[in-house]
Design a protein around this ligand. Structure first.
Ligand SMILES: [Zn+2]
Length: 316
């Protein structure tokens, strides 16, 4: 999937306009005559300015005649209830005429919002997660409010830095199921997307499936979309891997995860990883090299306590 092809869309709009005018002129031949006369008069007017007029009409006279034609055209259009903009190309965006740029190198708002939408679609966030922002993150059910206020603040400042393309220390979020880790991951993703940077959010199970499939295609020596997507994970401005758990990892998967992490370290591209494993559990489930690399390059934020999800349900 890619952004819409603006040049072919523009060509279609122009083709539609040409057909529309042709049909209009077939139906109302006087409108075509008026168009032609108007154009001839415009040429004559230019010639008169150069002192080379051919009809003997003066400047004033030509302008009056043009105005009369214009008025006649308006009458015909009104009489047949034709839309006022029937002679225009119907651009989706009048400001940039669908080019996406208001001037060389300066993007139009329509293009920006298209890009935001596109990045959001590519991010892998579910519609529900789009609503999980820092603003909607409530501390109501957290026993240690001050501690979590600091955690939220750290995540906000991380998202802000990544959004601005500034270096930011990776984040490892640890905590039991239902303590708000996914909400915080989504909030970071939304903040960065809003700032105009691309994000890929993946549940760790999905990432591991992708890695498995990539191996399958690699073994068959086949290029496919899946492998291209895997490669995009190396370069996306922010990668979020949610819910790293007790999956059984093959050596190959560990190797690939390590490669991904290393590549992103080399390019100074940040990540957020969340896990419901304790640091001890991580040690037993993952290769030491992998854990070392993640721990050595991340700030650890701990979510603890009872499941906020359960508490919320109880209070409903
Ligand atoms: Zn525009």
């Amino acid at each position: 999937m890619s952004l819409s092809d603006r040049s072919s869309k523009r060509q279609n709009k122009i083709a539609e306009w040409e057909t529309r005018i042709q049909l209009l002129h077939t139906k109302y031949p006087r409108l075509e005559e008026i168009s032609q006369l108007f154009a001839q008069m415009a040429i004559e007017l230019a010639m008169v300015e150069l002192g080379k007029g051919k009809t003997g009409m003066g400047r004033e006279e030509l302008i009056k005649a043009q105005e009369a034609l214009q008025a006649e055209k308006q009458d015909i259009m009104k009489k047949h209830k034709l839309p006022e903009n029937i002679y225009d190309i119907w651009w989706d965006c009048e400001i940039c005429r669908d080019t996406g740029f208001v001037e060389a190198g300066r993007k139009c708002d329509c293009r920006r919002s298209e890009e935001v939408k596109w990045r959001w679609q590519m991010s892998g966030l579910s519609p529900e997660q789009k609503l999980q922002t820092f603003e909607s993150f409530s501390l109501e059910y957290y026993p240690e409010k001050e501690k979590y206020r600091v955690v939220v603040h750290k995540c906000m400042s991380f998202a802000e830095k990544v959004g601005k393309g500034q270096p930011a220390e990776n984040i490892l979020i640890c905590g039991p199921v239902g303590t708000g880790k996914t909400h915080i991951c989504s909030a970071i993703a939304n903040g960065v997307l809003q700032a105009g940077k691309a994000v890929v959010y993946l549940k760790s199970g999905v990432l591991l499936d992708l890695i498995r499939q990539a191996k399958y295609y690699k073994d068959k020596n086949e290029q496919n979309e899946n492998n291209q997507f895997m490669e995009s994970l190396y370069r996306v401005p922010l990668l979020i891997v949610d819910d790293l758990g007790t999956e059984n990892l093959t050596d190959f998967a560990q190797e690939q995860l390590l490669l991904l992490i290393d590549e992103r370290i080399n390019y100074r591209l940040p990540w957020v990883i969340s896990t419901n494993l304790s640091l001890n559990e991580m040690d037993t489930h993952y290769e030491l090299r992998l854990i070392d690399r993640i721990m050595g390059t991340s700030k650890v934020l701990r979510f603890s306590g009872e499941s906020i999800r359960q508490l919320k349900k109880m209070h409903k």
